[in-house]
Design a binder for this molecule. Structure first.
Ligand SMILES: [Zn+2]
Length: 195
């Protein structure tokens, strides 16, 4: 089995991260969000955290432009996190090496988060599975991207709960982080000090 495809390995301590290095260790800090949940992705159910996220909740990605079927749903994902009372700030910046990419992938996941460093990420959205399974495509795109940003914000899967990190959520309707998701992001970045 390709280690790069392991949804969640053992929790990694933030202090051990080597910032900016695209190393073998960085390659395994990826989260597959499978269209069909499988037994392989059960490791983190005891904790709301994945420890595979970014060092900061202020995340800039390289600007992207997609067609009207996709762009509004993708932009809504950033807006929905930014609207929360939390340290989260999701922006686009032309100097960023982080990317959000929508394309048709043969794999069966909807979304894929990968850390390429403490302030570097790659998020991929699978247009093939999303187009195939969605009733409300805009909401589906938003739901998947809000979930992937959740991984970037150090959230793990929360199956069985009202959470954007629940892989069984209705992606046609659930497009925002839940209150518990927001609480957990605040806990993940305890230095936040709202004035
Ligand atoms: Zn996931």
């Amino acid at each position: 089995m390709n280690q790069a495809l392991t949804p969640h390995g053992p929790p990694r301590q933030r202090s051990t991260r080597r910032r900016g290095l695209i190393s073998a260790a960085a390659v395994v800090t990826a989260a597959l969000c499978l269209a069909v949940p499988t037994a392989v992705a059960q490791a983190d159910e005891g904790s709301p955290f994945s420890y595979i996220g970014q060092d900061t909740p202020k995340i800039a990605v390289y600007p992207y432009s997609y067609n009207s079927q996709w762009q509004p749903g993708m932009d809504a994902a950033l807006a929905n996190w930014n609207a929360t009372y939390s340290p989260v700030s999701l922006t686009k910046k032309s100097s960023s090496t982080s990317t959000v990419t929508a394309a048709s992938y043969s794999a069966n996941w909807y979304g894929y988060y990968q850390a390429c460093g403490g302030t570097c990420l790659y998020i991929r959205l699978n247009s093939r599975t999303i187009s195939k399974d969605s009733a409300n495509q805009k909401n589906y795109v938003t739901s998947v991207l809000v979930h992937e940003y959740g991984h970037a914000l150090n959230l793990g899967h929360r199956d069985g709960q009202s959470s954007i990190m629940n892989r069984q959520r209705n992606r046609n309707t659930m497009v925002k982080p839940s209150s518990s998701d927001v609480t957990n992001v605040i806990r993940a970045f305890p230095s936040w000090n709202p004035s």
